[in-house]
Design a protein around this ligand. Structure first.
Ligand code: SF4
Length: 350
């Protein structure tokens, strides 16, 4: 009850279109213009691959993809930039490490129909897009067999049938890939279908686009979300790992979403050498709160093949959380969790 009240008390001018900085299709142009491949990225940052401090992959199977707007937030000529470190493919990705596997969180075992994961009692995850705007090297789904997902506008019929009969489920988590990679027309069809399911009270998006491609938050999208919010709670869990990821463009995207009545939360992955120090995490929380986004989860790294060099020990994560408690108000300290295959909820580590 309190939760509904919190959502409905967010500013939302009834019936009025919500202005945004972006028009339809701006984001698709931005994606056409994205940096693809190692050399394009390094050239943009004025870095020479022959001077790299460690061995790089030139053509990784999980290709390098970075929107230019996100690359502009990196420091030129700096191999140690924390945003660059999230997208640059190192030869270390090819090391086989014990306990790291292709499906670390048990996605395939929880797939009830193609593209639908049912892990937790009250919510079901629908993978509605196989694409992302950026390829994060530590991605927990980097090995997911996206080619097997249903395609096209009628591709979700099995998912809808499953949801119609899923007892106790009152929330759909739209995921992928990135669910906001679908264009507004496709997304509207999905939201309309979700709105026809009487048991569903909450529509949640797990997306990195408001951070890495803020132009995606265009007027068509925010007005569609505002309309969906008239009958359902709409929650968006964005994904930022470092304070340098947030700038004026993400602030404007977050503002438009909040005006549409969307509850904004953030999840962060704890990443060695990128954000595993208390000052960086505290600055991230402060930057998120300043943009109206509540820090929600700090994830211990999922042990997916190719990502071992990003792992920080849990004992260090616990020290970081203790330090954050001293630095920040309680609402700005994320819950430190890890996901383990087969468990009925994320495991709290604090
Ligand atoms: S945006 Fe999310 S799903 Fe896509 S590559 Fe990054 S971590 Fe993976």
């Amino acid at each position: 009850m309190k939760y509904r009240k919190m959502l409905t008390s967010l500013p939302k001018p009834p019936g009025a279109p919500i202005p945004t900085a972006h028009g339809p299709r701006d984001w698709q142009k931005d994606m056409q213009d994205a940096l693809r491949g190692r050399d394009a990225l390094l050239q943009f940052l004025e870095l020479n691959p022959t001077e790299a401090p460690e061995s790089l992959l030139e053509n990784p199977k999980f290709p390098i993809l970075v929107p230019r707007g996100f690359a502009r937030r990196m420091r030129p000529k700096d191999w140690r930039d924390p945003l660059l470190a999230q997208v640059l493919a190192l030869s270390r990705e090819n090391l086989r490490v014990d306990d790291f596997s292709d499906d670390a969180v048990g996605d395939l075992a929880s797939q009830v129909v193609p593209g639908v994961l049912h892990k937790y009692a009250s919510r079901v995850l629908m993978m509605i897009s196989a694409q992302c705007a950026i390829h994060c090297r530590y991605c927990f789904r980097r090995e997911f067999p996206y080619g097997d997902l249903p395609r096209g506008k009628d591709g979700h019929e099995d998912a809808w049938s499953y949801l119609e009969n899923a007892e106790g489920v009152d929330e759909i988590v739209f995921s992928g890939g990135d669910p906001l990679f679908l264009d507004n027309k496709r997304l509207e069809g999905i939201l309309d279908h979700a709105a026809s399911l009487p048991r569903i009270r909450t529509l949640r998006f797990h997306t990195r686009l408001p951070i890495v491609l803020p132009s995606r938050i265009d007027s068509g999208l925010v007005n569609m979300l505002a309309k969906a919010g008239d009958t359902r709670a709409v929650v968006m869990v964005v994904h930022a790992n470092h304070p340098n990821e947030l700038d004026e463009t993400t602030r404007m995207a977050a503002q438009a979403l909040r005006r549409a009545g969307v509850l904004l939360l953030n999840q962060t992955v704890l990443l060695h050498g990128i954000n595993d120090d208390a000052d960086t995490l505290a600055d991230l929380s402060r930057a998120l709160v300043a943009q109206g986004i509540l820090p929600y989860y700090l994830h211990q790294l999922d042990r997916v093949s190719g990502t071992a060099h990003f792992e920080t020990p849990e004992s260090h994560g616990l020290e970081l959380i203790a330090s954050l408690r001293e630095k920040l108000p309680g609402y700005a300290v994320p819950a430190y969790v890890r996901e383990l295959a087969g468990e009925k909820h994320k495991r709290p580590l604090t």
